[in-house]
Design a protein around this ligand. Sequence first.
Ligand SMILES: Cc1cc2nc3c(=O)[nH]c(=O)nc-3n(C[C@H](O)[C@H](O)[C@H](O)COP(=O)(O)O)c2cc1C
Length: 450
Amino acid sequence: MITSFRDLLAWLDGRGLLARVARPVDPAYELAAVLRKTQKGPNVGLLFENVKNSPARVATNVMSRRETLAAALGLAPERLLPDLATRVAKAIPPETAAAAPVQEVVIGANELDVARDIPQVVHSERDAGAYVTAGIFLARHPETGVYNASWNRAQIVGGDRLRVRMMPPQHLGQYQAAAEAADKPLPAAIVIGAPPALMLAASSKIPFEADELAAAGAWQGAPLRVVPAKTAPLLVPADAEMVIEGEIAPKLREEEGPFGEFMDAYVEVGRNHVFRASAVTRRRDAIYHVILAGGTEDLALLSLMLEIEIWKAVAPVARVVDVGCPGQLLGCVVAIDKTRDEDANAAMQAAVGAHRWMKFVVVVDADVNPHDSEEVLWAIHTRFSPETGVLHQKGVAGFSRPDVANLHLGKLALDATAPVAMKKQFARRKFPGIEKIDLAEYLGERFRSR
Ligand SMILES: Cc1cc2nc3c(=O)[nH]c(=O)nc-3n(C[C@H](O)[C@H](O)[C@H](O)COP(=O)(O)O)c2cc1C
């Protein structure tokens, strides 16, 4: 179990999964370009130790692998979904910590400037400027006091000002709408370098009435350590790297964007909410977290939450073995242990209905790794029948962003499982002794597998 951002970096370091970048790096474009190339290659975590004009070191790509997410939660990767599906049901309230590393430095309202106190990392060519890209917004519902945690990107304007995209049905947007209806600001805290369990709770679909600080406790199987914020009526994680305290102003919208988004295009300028900072608190040697939208870290965090929803929907109708979202987030692959031919159709129906975003589903047999897109394509080529294996639902709503919603209308699912009667014929070949072969011993040292 890993309960702080620091411990996460240490865990990665211990396994050779963290690269330290000592040379000076420009926070505008250069850092993101190194990150992008790393994600397309070794996909390790990065710790930039010398970011030009930056008040902090910068870490990224730290939750980019499924095995890291599993280790952070103290679970085996192959048991991740069934174990989490039961664990998340048991909320564990946070506990107040005696010491607060996240408040070692407090920059108050009169002295702060978000354009100076936060690293100015710019990702894509047409981005409006520097954004907070790994900020978890914590807020309490104005009437019930329940905590919500969600990731929201925030454009760094300067002084005390950031701009945020956060409209309903997102829960934070609903909280803000309730505060705004009473003409009140919504107190909020942006947590950066959060404990892994809070990162996962912020990514997840958690019922509106459920408290997400308690959900984070459930994810890590132990209470989240919290302390009162310095200038906002909120509890914040004691072990985080940095917190920007403040409020979301009522009845105020400003132009935010464009921003290079998770589907690899841009979201254009929109009139979005304004966050007014009242303090920046941080560790003395804070490490600032950034996430590249649509990169491996973003997709790993969000696909886990989708996979759990799909697991829960398919489990009652078929023997689900694993679920993956290789490639992107508008589809999934469900591996089942098929005992009857109708299982595949039941799994397809359940998976497309499990989440609005699921427009393309592939069901495979248990001998296919649903996280490996090459394996999945192999299963489609060798086991899918275009005559009988297609489920097509027209007109069902999917990903709802207004500018692209029409494109994502409808659902398609493919049955790439072998017919039960032909299981023997489709049994995959085995190569005796292959697990003992070390290629370096045959082909030379440069072919040693990592
Ligand atoms: C790195 C990252 C950035 C995100 N940025 C945004 C964002 O700017 N706006 C948004 O509406 N959702 C964003 N999301 C998705 C939400 O955080 C996610 O859907 C969450 O479940 C919403 O929770 P809520 O409905 O409880 O508020 C982001 C997710 C990740 C992982």
